[in-house]
Write a protein that binds this ligand. Structure first.
Ligand code: AHG
Ligand code: MN
Ligand code: MN
Length: 334
């Protein structure tokens, strides 16, 4: 039997490869791993206890908030607070970023951005949900509280990003800019164990993932592209949780699209909490991520915490094909 490598062990090994590494990021990633285990426990209990349902408020982005969203948000913030490596958190669930008080004898050098529960409309029906996170080195001085500028960094400036998929099994996938690795939670020992080392996305695949219910609300060239996917006998899969859809694409290849619609003229997904971290991971696995104006997601300027973006992301050959298609058929100059 192969020796098990736990997430903690893997993170520490990674740290030792860098002689100037101080271990701060290591501790931060471990804190995220702990939060993920707690959220996993609650997600799995969700069918048993009365934690389900809409909490009755809207989140800062205008979506219904479900109770597990709030729970996950609090768990991640608490774990990051206790660890002392993170000086602030911006979350899809919060209007403003949260400043974390310094822990004695620690210089908190990082800020975290997160979508604590992605795909929350799936909770009540036992379908997969996820968590998305991104880690930035702060720009402000360590002697004071974090500032807005610490969060408004481009995706290319991410130090690390990852996601957790609470699915048939729970898996944590992350990258520190040196490839992508996946860890499956072994519930019998309560540890994330390395199960998918050096993940690579296939160059192309047979799946496309888009909310085709909005077909008539997409731009003409996008409708034509979707027609082409269908004409080419690609299989349509759409879970309603970006993490779950992209996790499948990571293994089987494919393309995920959330274009602008009449309701969401800039797209629906949030640049800071969803598009940037997922684009960082997909690019690290060999994929591509652009918006419908064909700009690289990771280079988009971030002007506000809850900024939205359109996104086309996935297998490199398929994203390139889509780009060429739009360049050819777009009615407006791109
Ligand atoms: P969240 O649950 O964090 O609000 O995110 C849901 C997101 C994304 O994960 C998913 O792909 C998309 O919204 C689904 O939106 P539609 O229902 O508009 O397709
Ligand atoms: Mn989301
Ligand atoms: Mn969410």
């Amino acid at each position: 039997m192969n020796r098990i490598i736990t997430l903690d062990e893997f993170i520490i090994r990674g740290q030792k490869q860098y002689t100037d590494s101080t271990g701060h990021l290591t501790r931060l990633l471990r804190d995220i791993g702990i939060a993920a285990k707690i959220v996993n426990r609650e997600v799995n209990k969700a069918g048993l206890v009365n934690i389900l349902g809409v909490a009755g408020s809207d989140n800062a982005s205008g979506d219904d908030v479900q109770k597990l969203d709030i729970f996950a948000n609090e768990v991640f913030i608490d774990c990051l607070k206790n660890g002392g490596e993170c000086c602030g958190v911006a979350s899809e669930e919060l209007e403003e970023f949260v400043v974390l008080d310094p822990v004695k004898n620690k210089d908190a050098q990082y800020v975290v951005v997160m979508d604590p529960l992605d795909g929350s409309s799936n909770i009540d029906v036992n379908v997969s949900v996820g968590t998305i996170f991104g880690i930035y080195k702060r720009k402000s001085d360590c002697s004071g509280p974090c500032e807005m500028a610490d969060f408004l960094q481009t995706g290319a400036e991410l130090v690390a990003a990852g996601y957790v998929l609470y699915g048939t099994s729970t898996i944590l996938v992350y990258s520190t800019g040196n490839g992508v690795n996946g860890f499956t939670l072994d519930p019998s020992i309560g540890e994330f164990c390395l199960s998918h080392p050096d993940m690579k996305i296939p160059d192309a695949g047979n799946y496309y993932s888009v909310n085709q219910g909005y077909y008539l609300k997409f731009d003409l060239e996008m409708r034509r592209y979707i027609d082409q996917c269908s004409d080419s006998n690609l299989r349509l899969r759409y879970i309603g949780s970006m993490v779950s859809d992209l996790h499948r694409i990571m293994f089987q290849g494919g393309i995920f699209l959330y274009p602008n619609t009449r309701k969401y003229v800039n797209g629906k997904l949030r640049l800071l909490y969803e598009c940037n971290p997922m684009s960082f991971i997909i690019e690290q696995a060999g994929g591509l991520a652009i918006n419908t104006k064909l700009q690289r997601i990771l280079e988009l300027p971030v002007a506000s915490l809850h900024q939205r973006s359109t996104i086309v992301i996935g297998s490199p050959d398929m994203v390139k094909d889509m780009k060429a298609f739009i360049e050819r058929y777009s009615a407006v100059e791109i």
